[in-house]
Design a protein around this ligand. Sequence first.
Ligand code: F6P
Length: 479
Amino acid sequence: MASTRTAVGKASVLVASNRGPVSYQVREDGSLDARRGGGGLVSGLSAIGPDADSVWVCAALGDGDRAAVRRADGGLLPAEETGGQRVRMLDIDASVHAEAYNGIANSVLWFVHHLLYQTPLEPVFDAEFRRQWASYQAYNQAFAEALAEEAGEGAAVLIQDYHLALAPRMLRRLRPDLRIGHFSHTPWAPPDYFRLLPDDIAAELLGGILGADRAGFLTRRWADAFTACCHRVLGPGIPSGTDIGVHGLGADGDFLRERAHRADVAERMAALREEIGEGRRTIVRVDRTELSKNIVRGLLAYEQLLTDHPEWRERVVHVAFAYPSRQDLAVYRDYTAEVQRVADRINERYGTPGWTPVVLHVKDDFARSLAAYRMADVALVNPIRDGMNLVAKEIPVVSDEGCALVLSREAGAHEELGEDAFTVNPYDITGTARALHEALTLPAEERAARSKRLAAAATALPPARWFLDQLQALTAQPS
Ligand code: F6P
C-alpha cells in the first residue's frame, strides 16, 4: 500500500510517536472534546514554524481518538483542534494497539529499560509473548507505512521512543531517501539486563533502531548502554552507519515562570496552605504513578525521617502528587493502591489533630502541581531509573524561596544537576531519610544559591532548542 502512495507525500519534517499532541473524549451528547498536550515535541515543532510542512504521526489511543480519525476520514485532524499542527492519527486495530502498547511497550520494554522485573518469577517469554510481539511488529509497520506516505523526497523523520523501535528499519526499507532519526526518552538497559530478552527479539530491537541514520539519547550513560548492547548482541563494530547523539532535554523556563504566576495557581496555593498548615516546611514530589518513580520508597524514607528525627514532627509535610498512569495494567493499579496504603499508614501512625504528615493527591491538576513547586522547600525525586526526569528540573525553576533537591543518582537529570543536589541511591531508605534531613536543614542562603544554579542548569537546553539541535544534526549528516 505504502509504495503506491509515496509520491503524494510532501512533508519535509515528520515526527512519529505513540501519544500525539491532541486527544479526544466523547462528550455525553456524542460530540468530541479535543484536548491538547504539551511537552518537548510540541514546543519543538512550533519552533520550526508553520511553513516547514511538518506532519506529526501518532496513534489513536481511545474511543474518542478513533471517532476523530473516522471524522477526518483517516486524513489530517482539523488544524483548529491541534493548535495549527498537521496531525495524522492512525486508527490501528484496537487489539493490535493494546498488545503492542500495554503488552510489549509498557510491560516488557519499559520494564527492561527501567530494571523493574522481580526476576524469580518474571519475565516469561512464552507463546503469548510471541503473539503480542507480532502485534508490536504490525503496529510499527503501520507507522512506517504512514510515514512513507506523508514524507516528501529526502524529508527528515524523527521517530520517538521504545514504542517505535522497529519503525526506523521498516521505514528505511520503504523509503531509502529519507533522513531518519530515532530518539529514546527512557534509559537504556545495561547489556546483562537487556539480554533477559530472547536473543532474536533483542537483535530485532537493536537492528530496528540501527535502521535510523541517528539514534538519540537523553544522556551519555544511556547512549553508552545502547552501544554496549549492540556490541554484546550483534557483535563488535556495530553500530556502523548510525550516528549516536546525546541531547539532554531541559525545562521550558519562560513558560513555567509565566504559567506558575497565573490566578489559578495562586488559588491552589491558598488551598494547599490550608492543608499543610502555617509555617511548616514542605517536601514536594510530583510524579505520574510509574513503578519506576519509586514513590513508595520515598514515603518509607519520609517515615524514617520522622522516626529518626522527632524534631520534624508537626514541622514538616510531605506533599506527594501521584497522578494516574497506565491504569489498564493491573501492576500499575496495585502500585497506586500501595502508595495510598503507605501514605495512610504514615498519617495514622504519626498524624495529630492539627497535622497531616503526608498530603497525597492522585487527581491530575497541573495548576496544583505548579503551586506545590512554588511552595517546595525540598524536592524529592528518587526514581529507580529515569531517562531524564523533568520534575527535578522544573521545581528549582519555579520554587519561590529556592528548594533543596534530593535526587536519585539513577535519574538522567543527575548528570546535569548532581553537583548541587543531595544525591541518593533510590533503594537506600536510610540514606534517603538522611538526605531529606540534610536538605531540610540547609541554611536558607545556601539553599537559594544552589536552587539558582540548579535552575540555570535545568533550563540550559529548552525543548525547542533540544528539538532543533536534533533536526540539524540529522540533516547535516552526510547520507
Ligand atoms: O517519560 C518517558 C516517556 O517515554 C515519554 O517519552 C512518553 O511520552 C511517555 O514515557 C509514555 O507514556 P504513556 O504511556 O503515558 O504515553
